[in-house]
Design a protein around this ligand. Structure first.
Ligand SMILES: NC(=O)c1ccc[n+]([C@@H]2O[C@H](COP(=O)([O-])OP(=O)(O)OC[C@H]3O[C@@H](n4cnc5c(N)ncnc54)[C@H](OP(=O)(O)O)[C@@H]3O)[C@@H](O)[C@H]2O)c1
Length: 286
């Protein structure tokens, strides 16, 4: 098992040693970079979540202080096409990992998904941590959450539409989906700002369910207008109606997270500070 970190960065954070699942995902990949920058020893898990013994072996090899589950199938829509594999990983595997961590007395940080909910007559505005999962595009994550929330060692983070400063990444909600843009308000998670917060949550040993989004909402059109203004004045996109896509748009109430971390920026400010200012190319803007 190889440990991350280049050895000449920050001094090692004493007592911390992270085991991270999801090396090739955008969240797992960024977590590794943040650990390197912060001098936190970490290793990516080599086992498969649905293989109990492989998780036990990883833990024995790494001796982690915390475990992070940042796995997911390549795309949420894949659930429609590879249902068994999605259930195996998102439900069965996620539960096995939570159970192994509980047996070993290890805190688990589980990146779940925010778009388990969608607006309806009962929820015209926002959702709190007490709302349970409806039938939706990320039902498997929601089902896993329903069981995993009973484990006292787990911190469940409901990630909203992920946006981050690597605008070339295919998973970036800003540029990755501009061929089919639904123009309704959404909760978003600025990964550059909030993934370090998730590491801080691990350090504070926070547990339970957290809506892991920046406060407030933006429509996809508002974000793309900013992209056009800051980065590419020739950028265009296609709107289509919400009926044409899986209902994966909603507002999550992030009051609980904001109370724990008052420094978290509202979504528009965060997007500008962490994403558009560093990527600013349109010299005619401002
Ligand atoms: N990115 C989004 O659109 C988004 C939005 C909201 C919430 N989230 C949350 O964040 C999670 C991570 O998203 P992401 O986009 O960063 O990751 P991702 O690209 O969906 O995850 C891919 C990673 O998970 C690993 N993986 C998949 N099944 C596995 C299994 N059974 N055992 C071990 N590893 C497995 C993959 O390894 P292999 O390639 O080796 O299979 C890969 O490293 C999501 O599942 C979701 O809960 C994501």
């Amino acid at each position: 098992m190889e440990f991350g970190g280049n050895g000449n960065a920050k001094p090692l954070a004493l007592g911390l040693r992270f085991l991270i699942y999801g090396r090739k995902g955008c969240i797992g990949g960024l977590l590794g970079k943040i650990c390197e920058a912060q001098g936190i020893p970490f290793a990516y898990g080599s086992g498969r979540l649905e293989d109990h013994q492989s998780l036990v072996d990883d833990i024995a090899a790494v001796q982690p202080s915390h475990v992070f589950n940042a796995t997911g199938p390549p795309h949420v829509d894949r659930g429609e096409f590879s249902k068994i594999q999605t259930i195996r990983s998102n439900v069965i595997g996620a539960l096995i990992l939570a159970d192994v961590c509980q047996e070993k007395g290890l805190p688990l940080i589980f990146y779940s998904i925010g778009c388990m909910f969608h607006y309806d007559a009962d929820h015209p505005i926002g959702f709190t941590e007490n709302d349970s999962c409806g039938s939706f595009c990320s039902k498997t994550k929601g089902m896993a959450e329903e069981w995993i929330k009973n484990y006292e060692n787990v911190c469940i983070l409901r990630v909203g539409m992920p946006v981050f400063s690597d605008l070339s990444h295919h998973r970036n909600f800003i540029t990755g989906y501009h061929e089919r843009v639904v123009n309704i308000p959404n909760s978003m998670t600025v990964l550059d700002e909030l993934l370090p917060i998730s590491i801080e949550m691990a350090k504070r040993n926070l547990k339970g369910i957290w809506n892991f989004t920046n406060p407030g909402v933006l429509t996809h059109n508002q974000v793309l207008e900013m992209y056009r203004d800051y980065v590419d004045p020739n950028f265009t996109w296609n709107n289509f109606s919400v009926q044409q896509q899986a209902k994966c748009n909603n507002e999550l109430d992030s009051t609980k997270l904001k109370e724990e971390f008052p420094e978290i920026l509202p979504i528009k400010e965060s997007v500008i500070k962490y994403i558009f200012e560093p990527n600013k190319k349109n010299i005619n803007h401002y």
